[in-house]
Write a protein that binds this ligand. Structure first.
Ligand SMILES: Cc1cc2nc3c(=O)[nH]c(=O)nc-3n(C[C@H](O)[C@H](O)[C@H](O)COP(=O)(O)O)c2cc1C
Length: 198
């Protein structure tokens, strides 16, 4: 029926692990497919230092991915309470899709990974929602009733989106509840997109 674009940046793998769980959630919905994409790193003194196609791993996103998808889920590590520059750098190329309403009326959602529990998950999730709203998307969070946010979460997991706490050394695996909530987020966006297609 359609593709849900999961677009993330991850320097050390924690956000990538969360993206995999979100993709598994998308695949739970009949006819829905997770299209997983990433963005190149950026540095202060160069504009285009990476090859156009990554040597290995997840492909880089392009504007066609936005056109093709029926929903978009953005993920980024938290960087000083905000999304990471490589993801923002890509978002800043989206004047064309913004003008043509490419993402209008499509469901959108967000996920993040922090080093510490109170290190800015919600602010980062909100920072990723802002451009989605400018692009006319319908924001989809997690629900307290279906997702056990109230009773179970003592690491990652917020009503604003899925999240993970990777620890000071970045070596904490996803907990079972973090995995579950990430899958639920992917499933919810896919379900909403499927209903809208009906
Ligand atoms: C420049 C920089 C800024 C960071 N800022 C924060 C922060 O504000 N709060 C926090 O808890 N962790 C912060 N971290 C830690 C990362 O968010 C954390 O290690 C995350 O899990 C990395 O995800 P990744 O493995 O997908 O790259 C920061 C890391 C870097 C490199």
């Amino acid at each position: 029926m359609g593709d849900i674009l999961i677009l993330y940046y991850s320097a050390n793998g924690a956000t990538a692990a969360l993206a995999n769980e979100v993709a598994r959630g998308v695949a739970r919905v009949d006819g829905m497919h997770a299209r997983v994409r990433t963005v190149a790193r950026v540095s202060p003194n160069t504009e285009a230092s990476e090859p156009a196609v990554p040597v290995e791993g997840v492909p880089y996103v392009d504007h066609d991915d936005l056109e093709d998808c029926c929903g978009l889920i953005l993920g980024s590590p938290t960087r000083f309470g905000n999304m990471a520059a490589p993801l923002k750098h890509f978002i800043d190329t989206l004047s064309g899709p913004w003008l043509s309403g490419t993402l209008n009326d499509k469901p959108g959602a967000v996920f993040t990974s922090t080093g510490s529990l109170h290190g800015g998950q919600e602010t980062t999730l909100m920072s990723m929602m802002l451009p989605l709203i400018h692009h006319g998307m319908l924001i989809t969070g997690l629900t307290y009733t279906a997702d056990d946010l109230l009773a179970e979460t003592d690491s990652g997991g917020t009503p604003y989106g899925a999240s993970h706490v990777s620890g000071a050394m970045g070596d904490r695996d996803l907990t079972e509840i973090e995995r579950k909530l990430a899958r639920n987020l992917g499933e919810r966006v896919a379900r909403v997109a499927a209903r809208m297609a009906d």
